[in-house]
Design a protein around this ligand. Sequence first.
Ligand SMILES: [Zn+2]
Length: 328
Amino acid sequence: MPYPIADLHCDLLSYLSKIPKSSPFDKEQIACAIPWLLEGKVKLQVMAIYTDVQKGSMVSATKQAHIFEDLLQRYPDILHQVNLAFLENFSQKSEIGILAAIENAAGIGDEQASWKEIYPQFDALLKSVGQFAYISLTHHTENRFGGGNYTEGIGLKEDGKRLLDYMAGKRIPIDLSHTSDLLAEGILSYVDRHRLPIPVMASHSNFRSLWDHKRNLSDEFAQEIVHREGIIGVNFLRAFLDDKVPERLFDHLLYGIQLNENAICFGADFFYTADFPDPSRHPFYFPVAAHAGKYPSILEKLSTSATVPQLKKVAYENVVRFYQKIWN
Ligand SMILES: [Zn+2]
């Protein structure tokens, strides 16, 4: 399958920031290393600025934003900033377009920071990376903005509302991939009630009706995203697909296509797994989706159940159209 690929989520930046002597070219260490991206014909890769809810999260986010800038400066023949111009004639691009995103707004404001520190941090990060592909308010846990995907009974907090107000009109989507259901509900109703111009998406989430997991989207939220012309990136992690059935990857993709073929795309979620404490999570990925070089064979397998126009939409067209619409 010769189609270019757009992928909404990888953790190359946090790997490069936390592992000493790490290299973006190290295929053995991380499944989204640049050689894998090249092999998989990835032409748009969103790179998350991921931080935990802890002291130092803002410094960590700044470091990752600088690594993003450094990648662009160091490898101009391979990497290119994604902007409106890059999206034109996307399928003929030779470089890999990269775009940064915020995974956990703890990188914008830690639990102690005042808003006098948070606004400038937001602006500085944004200036450093050019544009955010999206912001997710939380990760697994609770923070000052709201409840993460493993929390119960915690929705959108006052600080979350304040951050949404600040995002509005800046052409930055809000990401629902790491929200609790209550937080997703809170975000959607706040955005609606105040008519905030904020696009909605899920960068790396699967479907709860196929695999019941808190990280996956309920049909209700998937439909809310579709209804708002957002996009949903299918996640390749074994734990979120169905931890015993590799073919489930295709079921999630096909379920998404059925839900709305203009909304579904890839959000593989390749990250550095070697230091992950929970042994039950290993291996993190099935061989069929073990690294970014697998995209052509994934599309090949998907082609037995999807049409050529559908394959192209999933591979890149939906993502390209989504950002063209936001940035135009
Ligand atoms: Zn994530």
